[in-house]
Design a protein around this ligand. Structure first.
Ligand code: SAM
Length: 300
């Protein structure tokens, strides 16, 4: 009996020893080698900047608190750099990639991982709820910068069961996401992100951490999704219509900006009368709570 167990252990140890070690993709030499082998050129129009720093990959994995039992949606796996780090954590990874050339590459670079599913497609078009089986999940991504805002808005507005979003974004976008009322960079993105989540900058990422190096600084930002939105409103659609109107013409007073966006002057006046806020202020000075009161007052 003992002999059998010993033999089984020996066999497993042997298998583990001969299993081909997976090279870490987050490394300049390995990345260049993969790109050369598959004749890849980073496509600028797809926002392709591949991570080459294993410390940054680990930082994202840690910020997402990724581990066994987690289900993670990755957007844009590229050649598998971040995907590998996430997969090493033991989590189940579903990665959506738009570039048609990459699934074949990923099949090789991630060959050693049976906890990764690559889904070819456009993250703005796939049915994310169906893809993730309707169960809670996390998002981790080094986002393509040309569509950062549409991706974030898609993920947030659909009320998906997301626990946390850990994304690499342009530093300037991250600062807008955390901006407070009264600041020049406070806008519709700040309100939406702060309405649904608690955003926090995790760490800075310099251009040299990518191939090719982007022309902008980057940061990893963590957005923990709130159980309930930051303010309770009667109608979320109205709330965001008012917010978008207010920032559509941000140099005007909120009253004029709302008129410009098609709200009736009479309705606006009545709403300000009801909520007690000053319609002569600019929208960029309104807090989330104030936008909430105004939106509620716009409902008859
Ligand atoms: N995750 C890789 C890394 O960290 O090295 C690559 C990140 S690169 C900044 C962005 C990736 O998103 C690219 O692989 C690009 O092809 C992909 N991508 C661009 N637009 C996309 C879309 N609409 N849907 C899914 N993936 C997209």
């Amino acid at each position: 009996m003992t002999e059998n167990i010993d033999a089984a252990i020996d066999s497993e140890l042997h298998k583990a020893k001969v299993k081909k070690p997976q090279p870490t993709i987050a490394n300049p030499q390995v990345t260049r080698h993969i790109m050369k082998t598959f004749n890849l050129r980073a496509a600028k129009k797809l926002g392709q900047n591949f991570l080459i720093d294993a410390g940054i990959v680990q930082g994202i994995v840690d910020a997402a608190e990724a581990g066994p039992g987690d289900r993670i949606l990755e957007i844009g796996p590229g050649i598998g750099t971040l995907t590998q780090g996430l997969a090493e954590s033991g989590a189940q990874i579903t990665a959506v990639e738009l570039d048609k050339k990459l699934p074949a590459v990923l099949a090789e670079t991630l060959a050693g991982y049976d906890n990764v599913t690559i889904v070819p497609g456009d993250i703005l078009k796939v049915d994310i709820m169906e893809l993730m089986g309707g169960k809670p999940f996390k998002v981790a991504a080094n986002l393509p910068y040309y569509i950062t805002t549409p991706i974030l808005m898609t993920l947030l507005e659909r009320h998906l069961p997301i626990e946390i979003l850990v994304t690499m974004v342009q530093k300037e976008v991250a600062l807008r996401m955390i901006a407070k009322p009264g600041s020049k960079i406070y806008g519709a993105l700040s309100v939406a992100v702060q309405y649904y989540t608690e955003p926090e900058i995790a760490f800075d990422v310099p251009p040299r951490s990518f191939i090719p190096a982007p022309e902008v600084d980057s940061v990893v930002i963590t957005c923990r999704v709130r159980k309930e939105p930051a303010v309770k409103v009667k109608d979320e659609k109205m709330f965001f219509r008012v917010v978008k109107a207010a920032f559509g013409q941000r140099r005007k007073t909120i009253t004029n900006a709302m008129k410009g966006a098609g709200f009736l002057a009479e309705d606006i006046q009545q709403a300000f009368g009801k909520c007690g806020l000053d319609g002569g202020r600019r929208g960029e000075t309104f807090s989330l709570e104030e936008f909430g009161h105004l939106a509620d007052a716009m409902i008859k």
